[in-house]
Design a protein around this ligand. Structure first.
Ligand code: ADP
Ligand code: MG
Length: 244
């Protein structure tokens, strides 16, 4: 999925009647069905900046994991850049996850024993690029996200906001078309949260990267252009910024 694959009149994401049911073991050996997403229908265009809100347990992370091809729906269809995700091979799925989508999480998910530079470089190393070349790209990104002075710091030598900048740099390293961020400011103080949101806004406006972000906070959601609200696994609101 590159920029060229997605024509202007084709949505980046199209989700049709998507459901997710978890099957849990019960004591009587009869699995209990726990439906978490109900008939989700969604179209997202390239370049959108979307906030997903909803109470804890409303299915936000489950939906994000499906959109990120980290999990599969129980029923329904999902097209990413015009391709039905269910029809992709494991190799194609891995390629989409590594190259087309950047992931950012609440807990940063950095490797503790390697430097900021190597945390950012690691997806390129996995893709077979030389250490020297991948570090060069990683350095450029860390400079872009304001961490040029901290490349050789280990995660525990960085503040939460700095760690999240490292994670965002890592998410950007393969030049993804889409960033999925699940409560990226959940562990950060208010000022740092706004700095991180300003960075997301710049990535969206200056580089046209589509962003889907989960948050609990209205002022964080206000950086987006479209708000989708989930309740008990259903979309109860989907509105553009002009009517927030
Ligand atoms: P949110 O991100 O909105 O807090 P989640 O998508 O994490 O919500 O969870 C929605 C519901 O799905 C919750 O009731 C949760 O317990 C359940 N759930 C999430 N993941 C699993 C899983 N792997 N197995 C069973 N139930 C799950
Ligand atoms: Mg969640």
């Amino acid at each position: 999925m590159s920029g060229q694959d997605c024509t202007p009149d084709q949505p980046l994401i199209r989700v049709e009647n998507l459901c997710k049911i978890y099957k849990l073991e019960s004591q009587a050996n009869q699995p209990i069905r726990h439906q978490v997403l109900f008939d989700i229908n969604l179209e997202i265009r390239s370049g959108e900046f979307i906030a997903i809100m909803g109470q804890s347990g409303s299915g936000k992370s489950t939906l994000m994991n499906i959109l990120g091809c980290l999990d599969v729906p129980t029923s329904g269809n999902y097209w990413l850049a015009g391709r039905n995700v269910a029809s992709l091979s494991n190799n194609e799925l891995a390629h989409v996850r590594n190259c087309s989508i950047g992931f950012v999480f609440q807990g940063f998910n950095l490797l503790k024993r390697i430097t900021a530079l190597d945390n950012v470089a690691i997806p390129l190393l996995y893709a077979g690029m030389s250490r020297k070349e991948s570090r060069k790209h990683a350095l450029t990104l860390l400079q872009q996200t304001g961490l040029g002075q901290f490349t050789l710091h280990y995660p525990n030598q960085l503040s939460g906001g700095q760690q999240q900048r490292v994670a965002i740099s890592r998410a950007l390293i393969n030049q993804p078309q889409l960033i999925l961020a699940d409560e990226p400011t959940g562990n950060l103080d208010t000022q740092t949260s706004h700095e991180i949101m300003t960075l997301f806004k710049q990535l969206n406006e200056d580089q046209g990267i589509s962003i889907i972000l989960v948050t609990h906070e209205d002022d964080i959601a206000s950086y987006s252009n479209r708000l989708i609200r989930l309740k008990d696994g259903r979309i109860i609101q989907d509105k553009n910024k002009c009517v927030f």
